[in-house]
Design a protein around this ligand. Structure first.
Ligand code: PGA
Length: 250
């Protein structure tokens, strides 16, 4: 049985005080009767306090990024060991904003994934096509290549620590959402692609999240699709009432 997961990517939002406020609000509002893992990803500087704040809850804490090297002269960067040392066990890698603004490639992401897995971090691996790829009907090819280039070097056993997040770039922060049918079509394709390389067991067990303008109004229908195992939420994760409603829809 696959795990349902709803993760909130807070991006570069919320200072220390606002982080505490939102966490308190989430503890208050998140439904207790949902069988889904809930994860939040505040900024690096607020990860420690989030871990401490959430220690007696079921809410997991993820970092939004991580460097591929163990340590070294990489000003401004954060290592896997640093994350683990403060109790962070999950990291988001390959978000489209990292790819677009910080030039992260699938080759680089393959290195980051290796480092994360070596340190027993769980990886939420993001990928997805841009609008031009969908318009030119290259979206399946593109997604397949992203998976091949970043993850196909792994072994079947590594997949217990991988969560996939399909996020069509044209739907992120735009208010445009993939229709539930478009999401299902792609998630099914992703699962088949994983099955072709790693076997049905790995493919059946990997959680594939959808991300891109998920809101309380559309979450339930998207999450009802058989190959959609939850969501990676940006904007709507910044309000406890909205995020809680999305979690309730899973
Ligand atoms: P959005 O962001 O929900 O604001 O579209 C999703 C994401 O970037 O993961």
């Amino acid at each position: 049985m696959r795990t349902k997961i709803v993760a909130g990517n807070w991006k570069m939002h919320k200072n220390a005080e606002e982080t505490e406020d939102l966490l308190n609000d989430l503890i208050d509002k998140l439904p207790n009767d949902v069988e889904a893992r809930v994860i939040v990803a505040p900024t690096f500087v607020n990860l420690s306090s989030a871990v401490e704040h959430l220690q007696f809850t079921n809410i997991g804490v993820a970092a939004q990024n991580m460097h591929q090297s163990e340590a070294g002269a990489f000003t401004g960067e954060i290592s896997a060991d640093m994350l683990k040392s403060i109790g962070v066990n999950i990291v988001i890698l390959g978000h489209s904003e990292r790819r677009a603004y910080f030039h992260e490639t699938d080759a680089l992401l393959a290195e980051k994934v290796n480092t994360a897995l070596k340190h027993e971090l769980e990886v939420i691996f993001c990928f997805g096509e841009e609008l031009k790829d969908r318009q030119s009907e290259q979206h399946f090819n593109l997604v397949e290549n992203q998976l091949k280039d970043a993850l196909f070097h792994l072994e079947a056993k590594d997949w217990k620590n991988i969560i996939l997040a399909y996020e069509p770039v044209w739907a992120i922060g735009t208010g445009e959402t993939a229709s539930p049918e478009q999401a299902q079509e792609m998630h099914k394709f992703i699962r088949e692609t994983i099955a072709s390389k790693f076997g049905a067991d790995v493919a059946d067990n990997v959680s594939i999240l959808y991300g891109g303008s998920v809101k309380p109004e559309n979450a339930k229908e998207i999450f009802s699709k058989p190959d959609v195992d939850g969501g990676l939420i940006g904007g709507a994760a910044l309000k406890a009432v909205d995020f809680s409603a999305i979690v309730a829809g899973v």
